[in-house]
Design a protein around this ligand. Structure first.
Ligand code: SAM
Ligand code: SF4
Length: 468
């Protein structure tokens, strides 16, 4: 099958070149236009990428936060990753799971081990999981991965909690494999392109299936044609010029929106961290500094206003706190990237190099929740949209005009209440109950507010999983 090539080097380099000298009034015009929530033009994205002065960047950050709040309100969705296998037959030069890393102890979890990991994740209060693995179907096949998804859904902890939605991040599949995966209920299917720059891609992926650029860059075309409703994009920042990568991400988002009427449900922003025996994770030629990274995140919020934007624990606490103030809408919390790492807690230290890469935010989920609330955001474990069929184009129809937040805040409050009753310590409970009382006033519809108050009451009395 032929797909439309959406990465055009000449166009990307050309637009980055001719937008270098924009004056302040042009930039103000772009920021004002962005508040209409319709995205900004390709030229405008390039213009903002070329901005360097602090005052303008501050304005950009504020605009990004305003857009995020208009679309999603001030909720911040939390999730936990679960790595089920670190077997990999690819040679990605930046990754600790690469086949050449002979020092890595390889493992693929058994169903019983997945059960233990799921229990450990549930006991942190999570309801939403991202399942991942390396690419090696001999040691961990797609059918086995699907069996493990079903295993996760079947687990309940002593409080009766279960994982309500599994998102998936695994290597690109064939048409037929996507059809098989679509038989289980998953949320978003995510794959990071790593780099949209063909030559760099080739250098970074010397062997294995992943060395085929086209196979990876058209993965979402195959996914959306074969039963996936929601897809997630990402670029691994640090491999190539960040401006090029942002133009690549935006081109990809537009391509999906135009071809399938469904833009990316999420965009992730992994930035390379040091990894064991992974030469391209050290001494980066295209390292992205903190200021550039914040600019990237804020610009994507302006360009793709409706998308969920994800920051993982690759980033430090300080950086994550800044990024949630400029448009990020989902974060992982209490994560482990080593196979079996949750249950294994205590046997390995969290940054001893046995994971895929090292982590910079080692707070547990409870600490993240407390800090998020203190920063004025509402932590949310909501999975409502996936479960009520607000997916694909239907989700986009609600997210694009900013209607989705009518559901987001009430669902954030009801899932936070569950967390407070089941998992929080006294201090967190107090902060949380005060936050919920304040936030109820921000639900615009009196009927929805009244219904939310009823839900909160029922949750306090022992009911669970009440959502809109
Ligand atoms: N093996 C699948 C794949 O490559 O798509 C599944 C995902 S892989 C386990 C998750 C992602 O981690 C990769 O797509 C890559 O972007 C990211 N990653 C790999 N090495 C990294 C590093 N050293 N620092 C930060 N992120 C890294
Ligand atoms: Fe394997 Fe994915 Fe790591 Fe590449 S990034 S070595 S494909 S796990």
């Amino acid at each position: 099958m032929e797909y439309n090539n959406f990465i055009n080097d000449e166009k990307i380099f050309g637009v980055l070149e001719h937008t270098q000298k924009a004056d302040k009034s042009k930039i103000d015009e772009i920021l004002t236009k962005a508040l209409e929530l319709k995205g900004i033009s390709y030229d405008d994205v390039a213009t903002l990428l070329n901005v360097t002065d602090e005052d303008t960047l501050e304005k950009l950050y504020n605009t990004a936060l305003q857009i995020k709040e208009t679309i999603y309100g001030n909720r911040l969705v939390l999730f936990a990753p679960l790595y089920v296998s670190n077997y990999c037959s690819n040679g990605c030069l930046y990754c600790g799971f690469r086949a050449n890393n002979t020092e890595l102890v390889r493992a693929c979890l058994t169903p019983a081990e997945v059960e233990k990991e799921t229990l450990a994740i549930l006991d942190q209060g999570h309801k939403r999981m991202l399942m991942l693995m390396g690419e090696n179907h001999k040691n961990c096949s797609l059918d086995y991965f699907i069996e493990l998804i079903n295993k996760v859904y079947s687990v309940r902890n002593s409080k009766g909690s279960n994982i309500r939605r599994v998102n998936v991040e695994i290597a690109p599949l064939t048409d037929e494999e996507f059809q098989r995966l679509s038989q289980v209920k998953i949320g978003t299917y995510t794959v990071f392109q790593e780099t949209y720059h063909r030559e760099t891609y080739k250098a970074m992926h010397p062997y294995g299936k992943k060395s085929e650029y086209d196979w990876r860059v058209f993965v979402m075309d195959r996914a959306l044609r074969n039963g996936m409703n929601d897809v997630g994009l990402g670029a691994l920042f640090g491999l190539y010029d960040y401006k090029y990568e942002v133009m690549g991400l935006i081109s990809h988002a537009r391509h999906l929106d135009q071809e399938y009427g469904v833009g990316p449900h999420t965009i992730s922003f992994p930035r390379i961290q040091p990894a064991q025996n992974a030469p391209a994770s050290h001494d980066l030629k295209h390292a992205v500094n903190d200021q550039e990274f914040k600019k990237i995140v804020a610009i994507v919020r302006l360009a793709v206003p409706y998308t969920g934007m994800i920051i993982s624990t690759r980033e430090s606490v300080a950086m994550r706190n800044q990024l949630i103030d400029m448009g990020v809408s989902q974060i992982s919390a209490g994560s482990r990237t080593d196979v079996g790492g949750y249950e294994d807690e205590g046997k390995h230290s969290k940054d001893d190099g046995v994971g895929q890469f090292s982590l910079n935010d080692n707070r547990n989920c409870g600490e993240v929740i407390r800090d998020v609330m203190k920063a004025g955001f509402v932590p949310s474990f909501c999975t409502g949209c996936y479960r009520l069929g607000r997916v694909g184009a239907d989700f986009m129809d609600m997210a694009k005009p900013g209607l989705i937040k009518l559901h987001c805040l009430p669902n954030a409050l009801s899932t936070l209440e569950e967390y407070l009753v089941d998992y929080a310590d006294e201090e967190t409970k107090k902060i949380g109950e005060e936050l919920i009382a304040r936030e109820l006033n921000d639900i615009p519809s009196p009927e929805r507010r009244a219904q939310t108050i009823k839900y909160l009451d029922r949750i306090k009395k022992g009911e669970r999983d009440l959502y809109f």
